[in-house]
Write a protein that binds this ligand. Sequence first.
Ligand code: FAD
Length: 328
Amino acid sequence: MDDSYQVIVVGGGFAGKTAAEELGRKGVRVLLLDANNYQQFQPLLYQVAASQIGVSTVTRPLRSEFRGINSVRVLTAEVTNIDAANRTVTTADGSSYRAQALVIATGAVPNFFNTPGADEHAYPLYSVADATRLSAAITAVLDEADREPGVDADVIVVGGGPTGVETAGALAENVKYLVPKYFSPELAARCHVHLVDMVPNVLAAFSAKSQAYARDRLTKLGVQAHMGTAVGEVRPNGVTLKDGTVVPARIVVWAGGLQAGRIITESGLKQGRGGRVDVQPDLTAPGVEGVYVLGDSANITDADGNKLPQARVSGAAIGEVGGPQYLC
Ligand SMILES: Cc1cc2nc3c(=O)[nH]c(=O)nc-3n(C[C@H](O)[C@H](O)[C@H](O)COP(=O)(O)OP(=O)(O)OC[C@H]3O[C@@H](n4cnc5c(N)ncnc54)[C@H](O)[C@@H]3O)c2cc1C
């Protein structure tokens, strides 16, 4: 058991990395653990998935980010167990670490809401690995449809929140601007992008003006929206909606929701909505000493008691004028 650190931070995303930086600049001895040796910039994952940018644009090596902050040690290791009560973490190689304070910032994982077939057949989009896998799958479908006349290359995006809207928009941009250029206009005519959500409007959590703008942009890009009906089943060749409508497609992208991962479930911490920890205003987890939960792993309220969203849209693009430049 290594107990030489004052603080252990699990997860080097936006939340954990910022916490480790702030502590490190104050000279606190921090161990930062992440399963990857890079921080991923999730807001642009949809462009990686659409092959419009490369992976290097959305990843930053964690060690280089901490160059010059000597009291922070970065370790690439998957944490397999968190014992919150004892502020102890165990990594995949069996090593254990204990500290005076534990910061949990492990983000989130897809929530398929027990939709039959979704786990097996849908492509989630919450990590660099997800984005590159999806990009490769879409490319393979395009290549196959290019070889075989008459084969369609439709994609369904499930979830009309920010991730789904951005992804559907980027894929439709490809169909409009890039597929005709790099493949053929004839193939582009066999590529359709569908957006499905159980609620009637896209961007349901946003203003009516934003919803109308997004809907208008998506329509102009050719996205076919199927709103107001939940997905009943995901199959290898499309989805069946709960009203019985069958929407065929070669690929189904899942942007339908998030939940805290297994690591939180097994930590002994009490879980609230979405499996996240309902933290107190100072981000401490209730019922244990010295444990903080940050970012997408936590349900956080503002000073007035309002729940903060896990994600805020930064005005990311749907439908840039003139379209994207690359189909990488
Ligand atoms: C496609 C997409 C688009 C988005 N767009 C926007 C946007 O435009 N604007 C915006 O504000 N927000 C956006 N968000 C949300 C935003 O990216 C998240 O709210 C933010 O990344 C959460 O930060 P975090 O540090 O809590 O988690 P993450 O950034 O997910 O970081 C969690 C880290 O923990 C590590 N980890 C997880 N489990 C383990 C383990 N067991 N062991 C070791 N390491 C582990 C992971 O490798 C990861 O590095 C978007 C999210 C997605 C998925």
